[in-house]
Design a protein around this ligand. Structure first.
Ligand SMILES: [Zn+2]
Length: 268
């Protein structure tokens, strides 16, 4: 963890410092080696939050985009189990920065626990995630709204374990690499897979880092996911109905031109 309590105040890890866990009150040791990012660890083997994952520089960079009092917020579920939100904003939006693999049941449990949350997934941990997205991006179609796209084949763009998430999942394919205006769009932007489908199509929202952070800091949600998916769902359905009507009209015109009204051919 980034913070422990030292003399009742949140404190970052420094060599030789000892503190207590703000969640469970157990003693914590400052780990300030060369291998891993400086952090606090419970003196025992286990952390008090079963969902906690070891922090990386990537986690720290992301958390650092938010005010310190919003980082590592300790919450309790109905059974009293403690969970630490990586970030929880003033408006009640939880952000979880996920580097390691997460089991589907744990992912679902965390989504149900936070409800208003978004995942930001480190898309650099697995070698195949970026190449998959680069190939799969060909399937992505623009929508009438800038930065909002759809694809009928989300599994060709994103890792399977995130496809049926109930909350927005933003993929960060840059990781800790610096990003500039000349960085390719795949890595410069965060690609957010929205929950649910619009008439079978997955909806993707692309945001640059600054806009994502600004939205998370100032709005109850990063994007109005359900509204976006619902609006596109209605458009896809309307277009499908229209196409069916037109197909019927053309087929009857075609039948009439050949002098064989459809009605007659349908009689047995
Ligand atoms: Zn603890």
């Amino acid at each position: 963890m980034r913070y422990a309590l030292v003399n009742e105040e949140r404190h970052e890890a420094e060599p030789g410092l000892s503190g207590t866990c703000p969640g469970c009150g157990q003693p914590m040791i400052a780990k300030c080696g060369d291998q891993r990012i400086h952090h606090w660890a419970h003196r025992g083997e286990r952390t008090c939050d079963p969902w906690w994952e070891p922090e990386t520089l990537w986690h720290r960079n992301w958390k650092g985009q938010f005010p310190e009092p919003w980082q590592e917020i300790i919450l309790r579920d109905k059974s009293g189990e403690r969970h630490i939100a990586d970030v929880r904003t003033e408006l009640g939006l939880a952000l979880e920065f996920q580097h390691s693999h997460i089991r589907p049941l744990e992912r679902q449990a965390r989504e149900a626990f936070h409800r208003n949350m978004a995942w930001i997934v480190d898309g650099t941990r697995r070698k195949r995630d970026l190449p998959r997205f680069e190939d799969g991006r060909r399937s992505i179609r623009p929508s009438p709204w800038q930065g909002i796209y759809t694809t009928p084949v989300p599994h060709e763009c994103f890792p399977r374990d995130w496809l049926d998430s109930a909350v927005p999942v933003f993929f960060d394919f840059a990781g800790t690499d610096p990003v500039g205006p000349r960085t390719g769009v795949e890595r410069r932007l965060l690609w957010g897979l929205m929950p649910g489908r619009a008439d079978g199509h997955a909806v993707i929202v692309a945001l640059d880092r600054q806009r994502l952070v600004l939205a998370a800091r100032t709005r109850p949600q990063i994007v109005a996911a359900h509204k976006i998916v619902g609006t596109l769902d209605a458009r896809f359905r309307a277009a499908r109905v229209q196409a069916m009507i037109e197909a019927r009209r053309y087929s009857s015109v075609w039948a009439w031109r050949r002098g064989r009204p459809r009605r007659r051919t349908a009689r047995f």
